[in-house]
Ligand binder design. Structure first.
Ligand code: GCU
Ligand code: CA
Length: 389
C-alpha cells in the first residue's frame, strides 16, 4: 500500500467542519466562526511547520537520525526500540507548536482552538500498558504535566486509542485501536482554554465517513503561560505486554483554527454580476436599493466577488419566491459546486423574503460565489448574499 501520499477524498478540511450556525433564537453577536490559522503542507513547509523539534534530543541513536522528517506530503516520526529520551525510562520523538512563516501561534487562556489532521498508525505502533502518547497539549517549558493527551493504551488486554484531560484524569473518549491501524484516520481536537470548569475539550475520531468518537468533556485546560500542542511518539519503556517495536507514525493535512466572533458581510445582489436578469425594486422588503429578477430560464445567474480570509464560512442567500413552485439553484464557490439543486421554496409572495444558508470553504483573497438557476423557472428574486465568518 502506498502510504506516502494521502488519498484525496478523505480530506478533513474545513468542508467537513460545520461552522456554528447562528440559530434564529440566538442573538447574532453570539455567532462564532473558525478562522484558519495554520495549514502546513509537509512537502513545502517541512518541519518549519512546528515551533520546536525534539528529535532524539538525548542523542541516543545517531544512526537513526533524523527520526522526524517529511516523506512526500506526510510528517513522519520513527521510533526505534533503542531510542532513549533524556529520562532513560522513556522514548520521545516529538514536534511542538504550530508555526507559520511569520512566527509561531500562541494559544492563550480564554481562547478556543480546533485542530484537524489525518494520521496513519501502523500495526507496529501498539498500545501499551504504560503510557504511549501520540499527541499532547502542554504549557511550554519543562516540569509541568500535560494538559491533554491522546494515547494508545491497553485496557484489559485490548489495544485502544483514547483522549484524556490529564488533570483529574478525565477520559474524553476511547475506542478500539486495532481496526484503525494500517489506514488513514481523521482526528479533530477542540480545546477551550480555561481554568477548572471554564475549560473543555472535544475529541472526534473518524474512519472515513464513520465517526467512532465525538465527545466533549469539561476540565482544567490551562496551567499557565499558554497551551502548545505536540505530536509524535512519547512512550514509557515500562510496558509489560511486549508491545514495544520499531515503529512510526504519519501525520498529514494538519490544520489549526481559532474561534473568533463571526463577522457578517452583506453583499447586495444589485451590485453583483448578473447574467440573464435585471435589477428591480417593485416588490418591497428588500435590502439596499433593489433586488435581482433573473429571467425565468435555467442557467441565469448572479455572481458575487469579494475579498476574504481563508476558512469555513456560512453563506446566506435572501430571496423571495412569489410562485407556488420551488426555484432550485446551484451554488459554486470559486468555481466548485458546493450546493446542487438547493431548494428555494415558495415564500408566499414576492414581498415576503426568506433566507437559506449553507456552509462553504473560502479561499484567501478574491472569492466568487455564483448562484445559478437550476430549473426552467429561473432564480427566485435575489436580495443579497451574506458571508458570515
Ligand atoms: C413576477 C414578479 C417578478 C418575478 C417573476 C418570476 O413577474 O413580479 O419579480 O421575478 O414573477 O416569476 O420570476
Ligand atoms: Ca424572474
Amino acid at each position: 500500500m502506498d502510504i506516502t501520499r494521502r488519498q484525496l477524498g478523505t480530506l478533513v478540511g474545513a468542508a467537513l467542519l460545520a461552522p456554528c450556525l447562528p440559530s434564529s433564537s440566538r442573538p447574532a453577536s453570539a455567532a462564532v466562526a473558525w478562522r484558519l490559522m495554520w495549514a502546513p503542507e509537509a512537502a513545502s513547509a517541512g518541519l518549519g511547520a512546528f515551533e520546536t523539534l525534539e528529535d532524539d534530543r538525548a542523542d541516543s541513536h545517531p544512526a537513526g537520525q533524523p527520526h522526524i522528517f517529511t516523506e512526500g506530503n506526510n510528517f513522519r516520526f520513527n521510533m526505534h526500540t533503542v531510542d532513549r529520551d533524556t529520562s532513560t525510562d522513556r522514548q520521545r520523538q516529538e514536534v511542538t507548536g504550530t508555526r507559520n512563516p511569520g512566527g509561531y501561534l500562541q494559544w492563550l487562556n480564554g481562547e478556543t482552538w480546533r485542530v484537524t489532521y489525518s494520521m496513519f498508525i501502523p500495526a507496529s505502533l501498539k498500545a501499551t500498558t504504560t503510557f504511549t502518547h501520540i499527541s499532547q497539549t502542554k504549557m511550554p517549558g519543562t516540569g509541568t504535566d500535560p494538559i491533554t493527551v491522546t494515547s494508545l493504551r491497553r485496557v484489559n488486554g485490548v489495544q485502544t486509542i483514547e483522549h484524556k484531560i490529564f488533570q483529574s484524569d478525565i477520559l474524553v473518549g476511547r475506542t478500539n485501536l486495532e481496526p484503525l491501524q494500517n489506514k488513514w484516520i481523521d482526528a479533530e481536537y477542540e480545546i477551550r482554554i480555561g481554568d477548572g470548569g471554564a475549560g473543555s475539550v472535544r475529541w472526534v475520531l473518524r474512519d472515513g465517513a464513520t465517526t467512532l468518537v465525538d465527545a466533549t468533556r469539561s476540565g482544567d485546560t490551562f496551567l499557565g503561560d499558554r497551551v502548545r500542542p505536540k505530536w509524535g511518539i512519547y512512550r514509557s519503556l515500562g510496558d509489560t505486554s511486549g508491545s514495544l517495536q520499531n515503529c512510526y507514525l504519519l501525520l498529514t493535512n494538519m490544520r489549526a483554527y481559532k474561534q473568533v466572533a463571526a463577522t457578517a458581510t452583506r453583499l447586495e445582489a444589485e451590485n453583483a454580476t448578473i447574467s440573464q436578469g435585471v435589477v428591480e425594486s417593485n416588490h418591497v422588503g428588500f435590502s439596499g436599493s433593489g433586488f435581482v429578477n433573473t429571467d425565468n430560464v435555467a442557467g441565469a445567474y448572479v455572481e458575487w466577488r469579494f475579498e476574504h480570509a481563508a476558512g469555513p464560512a456560512t453563506l446566506t442567500l435572501r430571496y423571495a419566491n412569489g410562485t407556488t413552485a420551488d426555484r432550485p439553484v446551484n451554488i459554486t464557490v470559486n468555481g466548485t459546486v458546493v450546493a446542487s439543486g438547493l431548494s428555494l421554496p415558495a415564500t408566499g409572495a414576492w414581498t415576503t423574503w426568506a433566507s437559506r444558508s449553507i456552509g462553504a470553504d473560502l479561499g484567501a483573497g478574491a472569492n466568487t460565489v455564483r448562484v445559478t438557476a437550476a430549473g426552467a423557472g429561473g432564480c427566485p428574486n435575489l436580495d443579497y448574499l451574506e458571508v458570515l465568518a
